[in-house]
Design a protein around this ligand. Structure first.
Ligand SMILES: C[S@@+](CC[C@H](N)C(=O)[O-])C[C@H]1O[C@@H](n2cnc3c(N)ncnc32)[C@H](O)[C@@H]1O
Length: 273
């Protein structure tokens, strides 16, 4: 029986929280990754937004990216179940001089009723793949947004995650372990259209991406760095086995034979008036 540490961030050790924070921060610095955020924000009429909610904000990557835009004149509230990640997000807001524009608080995406109806828009940036019931979390998020407001759901289609390279069998084992270990719902973005319809939401825009790295790993390198800590926590493999798989992938990257790929999707939705 394995569990997804990103689903239970309020129960993790300092070491595991640190591994998650390091991965989220490194990923947030990737140009490909930040461009995907910018592309769904471009569908949300940013200058018109006065109050935005970021659910499952982690270290605040999406919230701070929005808050730092010159065309954003509103405020952002980031909510996450991990007190450790919220502490890091707070420190970053202060470092970036954004304290008045963005606030972070500990909260649970499965019970957002206290803040219902208060926001023009909400973001869930790689949250729904880490919750037990994505439809119910989406319903909670929708309830936080005023009628006519927008919701951006961005996530990976983790069932498409592959590692290849010089030792394809090690890549297959690592990709399977990753999907079993650090994702709760690997196919959530394929299933969400039915939930979108049943919740009566309108689709404003859909964006799709293939993030592939061939030769040398960059986006995937920080992901690999997190596995020796996170995969044993989830229970899929012991540290020694994970380090062996990871070392093969790092070797592939060093000698220019790395292959890693995953699909991402963004859905921008409107709550009807
Ligand atoms: C993959 S991280 C994404 C963090 C951030 N949005 C980003 O992209 O950098 C998933 C986040 O969802 C949070 N999370 C998972 N389940 C949650 C829940 N039920 N309520 C609030 N946050 C949750 C985790 O603590 C974690 O920070």
């Amino acid at each position: 029986m394995s569990f997804d540490p990103y689903n239970r961030t309020d129960e993790l050790s300092t070491e595991a929280t640190g591994a998650i924070a390091a991965r989220l921060e490194a990923r947030g610095e990737s140009l490909f990754f930040s461009n995907m955020i910018d592309e769904y924000l471009a569908e949300m009429d940013v200058p018109s937004l006065t109050r935005v909610l970021d659910v499952g904000c982690g270290t605040g990557v999406a919230a701070l990216r929005l808050a730092s835009r010159p065309d954003f004149r509103g405020t952002v509230v980031g909510v996450d179940r991990s007190a450790g990640l919220i502490e890091i997000a707070d420190a970053k807001a202060s470092e970036e001089g954004l304290t008045g524009k963005v606030t972070f608080e500990v909260g649970d995406a499965t019970s957002l009723s206290e803040i219902s109806g208060r926001f023009d828009a909400a973001l869930a940036h790689t949250l729904v793949s880490h919750v037990d019931n994505a439809r119910s979390v989406l319903a909670q998020i929708v309830a936080c947004v005023r009628p006519g407001g927008l919701i951006a759901i961005f996530d990976g289609d983790y069932a498409s995650w592959v590692y290849g390279g010089d030792h394809p069998e090690a890549g297959e084992m690592l990709a399977a372990a990753v999907v079993n270990a650090i994702v709760t719902n690997a196919t959530v973005m394929r299933c969400l259209p039915a939930d979108i319809r049943s919740l009566g939401l309108q689709i404003v825009a859909v964006k799709s991406y293939v993030l592939s790295e061939v030769g040398e790993a960059s986006f995937f390198a920080s992901s690999l760095d997190s596995y020796p800590t996170l995969l044993p926590v989830s229970g899929v493999a012991d540290k020694e086995t994970v380090e062996k798989w990871v070392d093969i992938q790092r070797g592939n990257s060093a000698n220019g034979t790395f292959f890693g790929s995953i699909n991402f999707y963004a859905y921008v939705l409107r709550r009807p008036e």
